[in-house]
Design a protein around this ligand. Structure first.
Ligand code: SF4
Length: 289
C-alpha cells in the first residue's frame, strides 16, 4: 500500500484497513487544524486505489472494516466511489463496514439519489466535523460552513440511510465565546441528531495558524476547569435520544461516555464533581491527538 504523508483516522477506525482515496482535505483552511496543511488536495487515480486494495487482499485473509482516507473522500464523484465500493463488495465480501470523512460541502453537492446510491453500494457511515454550532466561531476558525449547512448536510446523510458520526471541539469558542459555543453546539447537535457524537478538546500544536491569533491576543484559551463547565453547558442543551456520546479522547481532561439522553445526568454529575475539584483531571503532558 502506498501512503502519502501522515494518515489520520477516527479513533473508532483503529483496526480498519485504511486506503487513501484522496490526498489531503478539500477545505484545508481551518485555523485550528494542521492535519493536511502539507498536502495539496486531490483524488488519487482510481487504478492506484484499486492496486492498494488488491495488495491488501493478498496480505490479509479477513478485512472487517475499511476507512477511506484522507480528509474528505465523500467529495469524490459517485462514479469513482462506486467503483471502490463495487470492488469491496466483490473482492472483500467479509467487510462489515465502509466509512469516510465528509465535509458539509461534499454532502451538499451530492443529490439525495447519489447519497442513497452510495449507501446501497456499501457506504455505511460518514464522520463529519461540526467543531462548533456557533456561526461566529465557525467563521473565525475558517471552517467554511455555517451551522445551517451542517444541519442540512446531516439531514441529507440520514435520509440516505447512512449513519452519521459528528465531532465538536471543546474550547473552540475561547474566553470570549465559550458560553455561546457550548449552547449553540448543544442545539446544533440536537438538530443534527447524529448516531455518534465525539467531543475533543482544543490543543495548540506548534505551527498551528491559531497560535498566531493567541499571540496577537485575538483568541484566548480557556482553562481546563472552564472546559469542563463548557462541556456541562453543552450537554445541558443536547437532546439526541439514542446517540452515543464520547468524550474519551486523549485530548480530553475528563473521560465521558454514555448514551443520550438517558446517561446525560450521570455525565453532568461527573463533570460537576471534577469542577468541584473532586476528580483528577488528565495532566497536560498526557494529553494528545
Ligand atoms: S478540520 Fe477538517 S475540514 Fe478543517 S482543515 Fe482539518 S480536516 Fe479539513
Amino acid at each position: 500500500m502506498e501512503y502519502e504523508g501522515m494518515v489520520y483516522r477516527p479513533p473508532s477506525e483503529a483496526y480498519s484497513l485504511i486506503i487513501q482515496a484522496t490526498i489531503g482535505c478539500s477545505q484545508n483552511d481551518c485555523i485550528f487544524c494542521n492535519m493536511y496543511k502539507e498536502k495539496r488536495f486531490r483524488m488519487r487515480p482510481i487504478q492506484d486505489v484499486l492496486a492498494d486494495f488488491r495488495e491488501a487482499r493478498e496480505c490479509y485473509n479477513s478485512i472487517g472494516k475499511i476507512f477511506l482516507a484522507d480528509g474528505d473522500a465523500l467529495i469524490c464523484k459517485n462514479e469513482y466511489l462506486n467503483e471502490i465500493l463495487k470492488y469491496i463488495r466483490e473482492e472483500i465480501p467479509e467487510c462489515r463496514q465502509v466509512t469516510c470523512y465528509a465535509s458539509p460541502k461534499s454532502v451538499m453537492i451530492k443529490t439525495k439519489e447519489e447519497l442513497r446510491e452510495l449507501r446501497e453500494n456499501g457506504l455505511d457511515m460518514v464522520y463529519m466535523g461540526l467543531e462548533s454550532g456557533n456561526a461566529q466561531v465557525l467563521k473565525f476558525m475558517k471552517k467554511g460552513a455555517t451551522p445551517d449547512e451542517m444541519i442540512q448536510s446531516a439531514s441529507k446523510i440520514k435520509q440516505a440511510g447512512i449513519r452519521l458520526s459528528v465531532t465538536a471541539i471543546s474550547g473552540l469558542g475561547g474566553r470570549k465565546l465559550w458560553m455561546e459555543h457550548a449552547v449553540d453546539t448543544g442545539k446544533v447537535f440536537s438538530a443534527m441528531k447524529p448516531d455518534y457524537i465525539g467531543l475533543l478538546t482544543l490543543m495548540i500544536e506548534p505551527g498551528l495558524p491559531l497560535e498566531e491569533k493567541i499571540r496577537s491576543g485575538e483568541f484566548e484559551l480557556i482553562t481546563p476547569y472552564d472546559n469542563l463547565k463548557e462541556t456541562k453547558l453543552m450537554l445541558e442543551h443536547m437532546d439526541c435520544p439514542g446517540c452515543i456520546f464520547r468524550s474519551n479522547h486523549a485530548s480530553n481532561y475528563v473521560n465521558l461516555r454514555g448514551t443520550l439522553n438517558e446517561d446525560r445526568d450521570k455525565m453532568i454529575a461527573k463533570l460537576e464533581k471534577a469542577i468541584q475539584g473532586n476528580l483528577h483531571l488528565k495532566e497536560e503532558w498526557m494529553r494528545g491527538f
